[in-house]
Design a protein around this ligand. Structure first.
Ligand code: PLP
Length: 410
């Protein structure tokens, strides 16, 4: 360093200016600090089943251990033949139209593929319609790629279904795609065919692509059936995402996929872009790809959790009833996944900043929730609870939350 020169600083890219990922944000950092200081924090913030005692089927672990030595090298960029063949069959069973093996891509979780798809698609200023509340990676990836995330509202009064009028009102000349998260994180909503049909009609009218994040498609309760929107749109170009993180409780293995379907001829150039980025990342984690066939074709242990008597089902019923019995809290009953997105009476509690609310709850009761703003929800009146912990733990959390709300800012 020449004498007298000022010290050079390294700043983050301005591309990150509009990027938010609060599921692992400042409140989580504060919880980590408290833990390091020796405090126990009850974590109701991350949708990661394994730490809560949900185990992957034994055959999946056995399969990976058997194949480990054979999966030391890179695979083809899109993935192993066996994995893609199994995913293709899964997609065909769900009636995704016009799907061959070349339309299937594996990824290091759905996360990598969401990022890849947005990077390959967007020019500066291109708009993508994203739900509010959303799983925030979608908004972050659109903004990081130079696009603009435009949020359409999901309506709490109507089971958290997308508000189609709002969606329509947000379409402009720059809109390229609609993103759907179905089943939804954070609301636990499952969209029925009538709602999906209206979205397909809108996409058709305005020539939009559809991205559908269906990572919770095997975690649906109450005897309901998940319908893939792509199955209703053979004339549109759709990309459908799913994976094993949630259904097989192996979020740490990092395996997800995407399937292109419908009218691929209109997306030839975009698919070239997707292929280029897929090649550039070489391939996704090969040991994790090697168990896809066994996982999709084998014992679906998740089915035992989502029926009456099963853990996820019973924990859902418990948390739904318990939250609704707290004065000033209301929540829509989730139909799928393992999240609930309760509403707080902000006037009663005088809440203007949901991050402060999350921090106050953390400091007072050592409970970690995620504020609604972390899901691009623009009012300070919601938060998300992950109801993966056992009922005893959830009960403890609800008791503490009830006590907290009995004195909070009153
Ligand atoms: N999409 C949604 C809606 C999610 O909730 C999550 C994880 O919580 C992901 C994608 C990321 O999943 P993966 O583990 O496959 O990267």
């Amino acid at each position: 360093k020449p004498e007298g020169a000022t010290m050079r600083r390294f700043n983050k890219s301005t591309k990150l200016d509009n990027v938010l990922y609060d599921v692992r944000g400042p409140v989580v950092d504060e919880a980590a600090r408290m833990e390091q200081a020796g405090m126990h924090v009850m974590k109701l913030n991350i949708g990661n089943p394994a730490p809560f005692g949900f185990r992957t089927p034994d055959e999946v672990v056995y399969d990976m251990s058997q194949q480990l030595t054979e999966t030391e090298g890179y695979s083809a960029s899109k993935g192993l033949f066996s994995a893609r063949k199994a995913i293709m069959q899964y997609a065909q069973l769900k009636n995704l139209p016009n799907v061959g093996i070349e339309d299937v891509y594996t990824g290091n979780g759905v996360s990598e593929l969401i990022n890849l798809c947005m990077s390959a698609l967007l020019d500066n200023g291109d708009e993508v319609l994203i739900p509010s509340p959303d799983y925030p990676l979608w908004t972050a990836c659109v903004n990081l790629a130079g696009g603009t995330a435009v949020h359409y509202v999901c309506d709490e009064q109507s089971e958290w279904y997308p508000d189609i009028d709002d969606m329509r009102a947000k379409i402009t000349d720059r809109t390229v795609a609609i993103v759907l998260i179905n089943p939804n994180n954070p609301t636990g909503a499952l969209y029925p065919p009538e709602v999906l049909q209206q979205i397909v009609d809108l996409a058709r009218e305005h020539q939009l692509m559809i991205f559908s994040d269906e990572i919770y498609d095997r975690l649906v309760m109450d005897g309901l059936k998940h319908v893939s929107i792509a199955s209703m749109a053979p004339d549109l170009f759709c990309v459908t995402f799913s994976g094993l993180s949630k259904s097989h409780m192996i979020a740490g293995y990092r395996i997800g996929w995407m399937v292109l379907s419908g009218n691929k001829s209109i997306a030839k150039d975009y698919i070239e872009g997707i292929n280029m980025l897929t090649n550039m990342r070489i391939c996704s984690n090969v040991p994790a790809q090697s168990i896809v066939q066994t996982a999709l074709g084998g014992h679906q242990s998740v089915n035992d959790y989502i029926v009456p008597g099963g853990r996820i089902y019973e924990q859902r019923d418990y948390i739904y009833n318990a939250l609704n019995s707290i004065p000033g809290v209301t929540a829509v009953k989730p139909k799928a996944a393992f999240y609930i997105f309760p509403k707080l009476d902000v006037e009663k509690f005088n809440i203007t900043d949901d991050e402060q609310f999350a921090l106050d709850l953390l400091h007072d009761k050592r409970i970690l929730i995620t504020r609604g703003g972390g899901f691009n929800w623009h009012e300070p009146d919601h938060f998300r609870i992950v109801y993966l912990p056992r009922i005893e733990v959830l009960k403890d959390a609800v008791d503490k939350l009830t006590d907290f709300l009995s004195y909070y800012r009153q």
